[in-house]
Design a protein around this ligand. Structure first.
Ligand SMILES: Nc1nc2c(ncn2[C@@H]2O[C@H](COP(=O)(O)OP(=O)(O)OP(=O)(O)O)[C@@H](O)[C@H]2O)c(=O)[nH]1
Ligand SMILES: [Mg+2]
Length: 619
């Protein structure tokens, strides 16, 4: 049996997971009678809810020689890694590229190449991969597949692709219907054209079995029974269950261990195997402290495999024990000890995450690759029953060449033309610089074939300025714009940014909010809570229309007097309030504020709860 290892890479939402599902279906990963749904590979609850892939996942398909008689002499196992497209998980993609022989670079036939397309393609080209290009979603009314092929070609050129790489094969797909064809005009029924291309263009993995076993974990997993798992490609050799191994790292000490379990991928399942063989992507258990990038070998003298780069974190936040007046009411896991052991467990598998204990405090500094990277963890913890408080996300600066440097991102914005001015204003206030502006994708095609267009703008902007941008962007562009950004490079610090322009509305007492008091407040800002919400002193209940904090009592209710004016008094109609999501809350809070997270609620609060304390702190 030969093995071919591929990863599927793209910008967020271009259809990777949908295509992997379709490949698995046609590849016979499911029994004929099995009822299968959509986006099977997005198996995690948050992935399903958010509609994005958060964790890279492996699967495999067995292509039988008899299905491809002219192409295959023996059966071929295709290991496929579905990667996340969101920029926060980009460094994971980079590591995965080292475990595969080729990539399927997928591009949306309407949107064309986007920031993450560029990022993942650049990384692939750098390590010499020859990608197969897939133009997906050609069924969209505004799709422009051939134009997108040209754009992809230009991107290859711009990234310095070699002649061989530039000669990339293209296949057009409708992943959602499981259709692939080499020529756009052709008719196709299934994905055979893509399978054929994979067999033809992806070199079979070298299966050098007569060398000492060497494997390098590119990812980690965890299993309740067997502990930490090392996931990666076996470069050479064979290791059987029970083998003694040496774990080596560049410039580090060598330790020993024993392989207790080996698994390989079969369809979407993990199957126990007797041995791990060269060329395959496997999961090993038995080394409890194994880390990404180390070399696991059966020969003490074998050289270490080249180090893997793990990108340093760009954003950090403090995780604190919940000490609000409502602490412990809604969660089961609330102590420092709980939080500490949970964060330690997270470190086992969450490769880019850093956790630092702050001495003599109930706080941890948790750093990651972006807001989403951290908010997924917080959301996971609250679902498990944790209560905690988190501070405003902060960008991590670094010292470079004797000066302060900060992360800069590439920002791509697609909006209807009418909003272009507003968007440019918004970005320049946040120290963004317009790099390019051109006619963007077709936004809509009406019944007569007339089109309306978007403009596409490219900016560079400091990550600092992008924190909290999304909420404003959606409001300012009435939800019609698309905003994506991805890390570009470090640059000298751009200077202070204007802070939040609005103050908070803060409760001065504990109690239950009354409809009447909230109604009176409506003209003074935007409320975050509805009537009967229990509140405490120092809790933030809204955003003030002015730039100053506003301290109020909303628990009084209307004093009943003898003079009832009219029956309409009781019929107060409040503007409905949508509870803030965790992400919105994190975007909103200022430096002197916290988000209180429990399994049931997201509350906002001042760090200092009493007005008196806050005044004193200001002096
Ligand atoms: N019209 C159309 N929609 C598609 C096609 N393929 C995928 N989609 C839709 O595009 C959306 C995103 O698909 P996913 O497969 O989750 O995209 P992804 O690239 O895995 O996204 P991330 O993992 O978040 O980066 C889903 O709503 C799919 O149903 C297609 O060929 N045509
Ligand atoms: Mg996906």
């Amino acid at each position: 049996m030969t093995i071919r290892n591929i990863a599927i890479i793209a910008h967020v939402d271009h259809g990777k997971t949908t295509l992997v599902d379709a490949l698995l279906k046609q590849g016979g990963a499911f029994a004929a009678h099995e009822q299968v749904g959509e986006l099977l590979m997005d198996s995690n609850a948050q992935e399903r809810e958010r509609g994005i892939t958060i964790y890279a996942k492996n699967a495999s398909i067995l292509l039988k020689a008899e299905q491809f008689p002219s192409l295959l002499q023996e059966d071929c196992k295709v290991n496929i890694v579905d990667t996340p497209g969101h920029a926060d998980f980009g460094s994971e993609v980079e590591r995965i590229l080292r475990t595969v022989d080729s990539v399927l670079l997928l591009v949306d036939a309407q949107e064309g190449p986007m920031p993450q397309t560029k990022f993942v393609l650049k990384k692939s080209l750098e390590i010499g991969i020859k990608p197969i290009v897939i133009i997906n979603k050609i069924d969209k009314p505004a799709a422009r597949p051939l134009q997108v092929v040209d754009m992809v070609f230009d991107l290859f050129v711009a990234l310095g692709a070699s002649h061989e790489q530039l000669d990339f094969p293209v296949v057009f797909t409708v992943a959602r219907e499981g259709i692939a064809k080499r020529k756009f005009e052709e008719h196709a029924e299934d994905l055979t054209a893509l399978f054929t291309l994979i067999i033809e263009k992806v070199a079979p993995a070298a299966q050098k079995v007569d060398a000492p076993f060497r494997m390098q974990p590119s990812n980690l997993g965890y299993d309740n029974y067997v502990g930490r798992l090392a996931i990666g490609r076996v470069f050479e050799g064979v290791a059987v269950v029970g083998s003694k191994v040496w774990i080596k790292r560049e410039g580090g000490s060598t330790r020993t261990g024993k392989i207790t379990k080996v698994y390989t991928y079969e369809g979407m399942e993990r199957r126990e195997a007797a041995e791990a063989r060269a060329g395959d992507i496997v999961i090993l258990a038995g080394v409890p402290d194994i880390d990404v990038g180390e070399t696991i070998t059966t020969d003490e003298g074998a050289p270490v495999l080249p180090a893997l780069r793990i990108d340093p974190p760009t954003i950090s936040m403090f995780f604190l024990v919940n000490n609000s007046p409502f602490a412990g009411k809604e969660g089961k896991l609330v102590t420092t000890r709980h939080i500490k052991s949970r964060l330690q467990k997270e470190r086992e598998t969450n490769v880019g995450l850093h956790v630092e204990e702050i001495p003599n405090s109930d706080a941890y500094k948790v750093s990651g690759r972006g807001e989403l990277h951290l908010s997924v963890l917080i959301e996971q913890m609250r679902r498990e029953g944790f209560e905690l408080q988190v501070s405003r996300p902060e960008v991590i600066l670094r010292e470079g060449q004797g000066r302060k440097e900060e992360p800069i991102e590439q920002v791509i914005i697609d909006v209807p033309e009418t909003y272009a001015g507003t968007v440019i204003d918004m970005l320049s206030r946040r120290k963004g610089e317009l790099v390019e502006m051109r006619e963007g994708q077709v936004a809509a095609v009406d019944a007569h074939g007339a089109t309306s267009r978007h403009v596409r703008m490219e900016f560079t902007a400091p990550t600092r300025g992008l924190l909290g941008l999304r909420g404003d962007f959606i409001i300012e562009t009435r939800g019609e714009g698309i905003l994506t950004h991805a890390f570009l490079r470090y640059e000298p610090y751009k200077g202070d940014l204007p802070g939040r322009t609005c103050g908070s509305i803060i409760s001065m007492v504990a109690g239950d909010a009354t409809a009447y008091d909230l109604w009176k407040l409506e003209e003074r800002g935007k409320l975050f809570i509805g009537p009967q919400t229990p509140i405490y002193e120092g809790m933030i209940i809204g955003e003030s229309a002015k730039d100053q904090d506003l301290v109020v009592n909303v628990t009084k209710g209307k004093k009943l007097s003898n003079m009832r004016a009219s029956g309409s008094d009781e019929a107060i109609t409040l503007t409905p309030v949508k509870p803030m999501t965790l992400e919105q809350a994190l975007e909103y809070i200022g430096d002197d504020e916290l988000v209180e997270v429990t399994p049931k609620s997201i509350r906002l609060r001042k760090k200092l709860l009493s007005e008196h304390e806050r005044k004193r702190a200001k002096k």
